[in-house]
Design a protein around this ligand. Structure first.
Ligand code: DGL
Length: 257
């Protein structure tokens, strides 16, 4: 195997998955691609998104010569995994909300799902809840403004605390809620800025994705390790190069779609 593991997201959210991949697979060559010209995905039409995600991933796989594609975006994965697997010649690993571990972990039986407005109401999410959390209460909270806040944090180092607090407020209404699924890859980047009026456990999908990539890669591993590389559909957006560099990637090249 020679090609890198390609991580794809609408924006910088996939960098939260990069962290977990590096912990599990420190020798794996990584490439990053984001469709930040179309950010955010969470408020866009499903039909348009499927075509766009397939086109962008096709271009990114060709540019990077990837061995595996990690769709590090819940909004894309809950919609377009089948289309991506049909369109691409390499294995595709998706990212979906960690409902199963959260449902197993909660002591009170009440969990929150914090995700984009698209992800919280997708049929894929309904099936995850029916299959793994039918005996739990799942409070679905659409938190699209947090996507822009995560982008802002990586670009400027600051967030608007009032926006973050307002987005999280519905989580604190059910007094028994004790576990929150971070069902958008942008959200783990903001964790240090989340106010928590009472202790809750935040669950994300990073470690599970890294385990799955490890399985898919199998052995043998890389003969020669290509350098890290990055692509973006809006490569010159302010702050993006710095965000990529903070996670070990060079400034992104333009991905033409
Ligand atoms: N990071 C993406 C996710 O995991 C979504 C962000 C967006 O709305 O573009 O859902």
């Amino acid at each position: 195997m020679n090609g890198p593991v390609l991580i794809f997201d609408s924006g910088v959210g996939g960098l939260s998955v990069v962290r977990a991949l590096r912990e599990r697979l420190p020798d794996a060559p990584l490439a990053y691609a984001c469709d930040n010209a179309a950010l955010p995905y969470g408020t866009k039409d499903d039909g348009w998104l499927v075509a766009r995600i397939v086109a962008v991933c096709r271009a990114a796989v060709a540019a990077s010569d990837a061995a595996v594609l990690v769709v590090a975006c819940n909004t894309a994965s809950t919609l377009a995994l089948d289309a991506l697997r049909a369109a691409l010649p390499i294995p595709v690993v998706g990212t979906v909300p960690a409902i199963k571990p959260a449902a197993a972990f909660t002591a009170s039986g009440v969990i929150g799902l914090l995700a984009t407005s698209a992800t919280v109401c997708r049929p894929y999410t309904d099936r995850l809840i029916a299959d793994f959390a039918a005996h739990r209460t799942v409070v679905r909270v659409a938190a699209d403004p947090l996507v822009a806040q995560a982008e802002r944090l990586l670009a400027t180092g600051s967030v608007d605390e009032a926006v973050v607090e307002a987005a999280l407020a519905p989580l604190w209404e059910p007094p028994a809620l004790d576990t929150v699924v971070l069902g958008c890859t942008h959200f783990p980047l903001l964790r240090a800025h989340f106010p928590a009026p009472r202790p809750v456990t935040w669950v994300d999908s990073g470690a599970a994705i890294a385990r799955r990539v490890d399985q898919v890669l199998g052995a043998p591993r890389w003969a020669a390790t290509p350098p890290a590389a990055a692509w973006a559909t809006d490569a010159h957006r302010a702050g993006l190069a710095a965000a990529c560099q903070a996670f070990g990637f060079p400034p992104p090249r333009l991905l033409a779609v």
